[in-house]
Design a protein around this ligand. Structure first.
Ligand SMILES: Nc1nc(=O)c2c([nH]1)NC[C@@H]1CN(c3ccc(C(=O)N[C@@H](CCC(=O)O)C(=O)O)cc3)CN21
Ligand SMILES: CC(C)C(=O)C(=O)O
Ligand SMILES: [Mg+2]
Length: 264
């Protein structure tokens, strides 16, 4: 699984054979320039998820539900999950939380909408968590994670993202679940699948380099290099060349030249 936020990236990752595309609310950081995911709205998520759906032929597209679109009540969660499916036409929705959101998961799956859960470091709760830190290192928090994962599975989630949890705990959770698949990000290779933010993987997320990420390409260097060369080419007139240029018939040109010189 990989994130995407627009049609171009969706086409590229889909062609590369990815199984699932997540239109993450990391949109807030990656595309909109916010310092957290909290300001992202339903309108933002629907808009970008619809773009990704239009660029996807094969992968399953999951729309992330933004902060405060599902926390208030299971009824509101169902309403917004329905909006995401109807207006963006994606294949599933995802939202953060364990036991606290299980009633919402149950209602949404009962309505025929596939749900992906998200446990561990849940960025919409960053202020409560006190920062972006590994979760579930202590006995009580690890036990709560196991309970949350079981509860999400029982409520009907078909997959659960595990973000920034110790690898051994993620492996244990993966084995404990009977139906739901685990998708790790900073959770080791014992999960059923993995997810990364596309711009992190491609080396175009600026200075953001979390420990769990791996850059498979250096697009930042490629993009700045290409644009720098373009600027130079324009300034020294090596671009555009003849092959980038349109011409006109000589007699027409001569007629217009006469008109132009008459204007002097
Ligand atoms: N570009 C991008 N990639 C992401 O993976 C991502 C976003 N944006 N935005 C939403 C959330 C926020 N995420 C984050 C943000 C920061 C850390 C971080 O600073 N982690 C540290 C601390 C680990 C520790 O507790 O030791 C690290 O070094 O990984 C992790 C996940 C993951 N998500
Ligand atoms: C990092 C993934 C799991 C996510 O929730 C997002 O991109 O918003
Ligand atoms: Mg998210």
């Amino acid at each position: 699984m990989i994130t995407a936020y627009d049609v171009l990236m969706a086409q590229n990752v889909d062609e590369a054979g990815i199984d699932m595309i997540l239109v993450g609310d990391s949109l807030g950081n990656v595309v909109m320039g916010y310092s957290s995911t909290l300001p992202v709205t339903m309108e933002d998520m629907i808009h970008h998820t619809a773009c990704v759906v239009r660029g996807t032929k094969h992968a399953l597209v999951v729309g992330d539900l933004p902060f405060m679109s599902y926390q208030e009540s299971p009824a509101k969660a169902l309403y917004n999950a329905g909006r995401m499916m109807k207006e963006a036409q994606c294949d599933a929705v995802k939202f953060e939380g364990g036991e606290a959101v299980c009633e919402a998961v149950h209602k949404i799956t009962a309505a025929g909408i596939p749900v992906v859960g998200h446990l561990g470091l849940t960025p919409q709760s960053v202020h409560q968590l006190g920062g972006f830190r590994v979760q579930g290192k202590e006995e009580d928090t690890a036990r709560q994670l196991l309970q949350d994962a079981k509860a999400l599975e029982d409520a009907g989630a078909f997959a659960i993202v595990l973000e920034c949890v110790p690898a051994d705990l993620a492996t244990l959770l993966t084995h404990s679940l009977k139906k739901a698949a685990t998708i790790g990000i900073g959770a080791g290779n014992g999960c059923d699948g993995q997810v990364l933010v596309c711009t992190d993987l491609l080396g175009m997320s600026g200075g953001f380099r979390p420990k769990f990420s791996k850059t498979y390409a250096d697009l930042h260097t490629m993009i700045t290099g290409a644009v720098r060369t373009y600027v130079e080419d324009v300034k020294n007139r090596t671009f555009p060349k003849k092959e980038h240029t349109f011409s006109m018939a000589d007699d027409v040109l001569q007629a217009i030249q006469k008109d132009a010189s008459a204007l002097h």
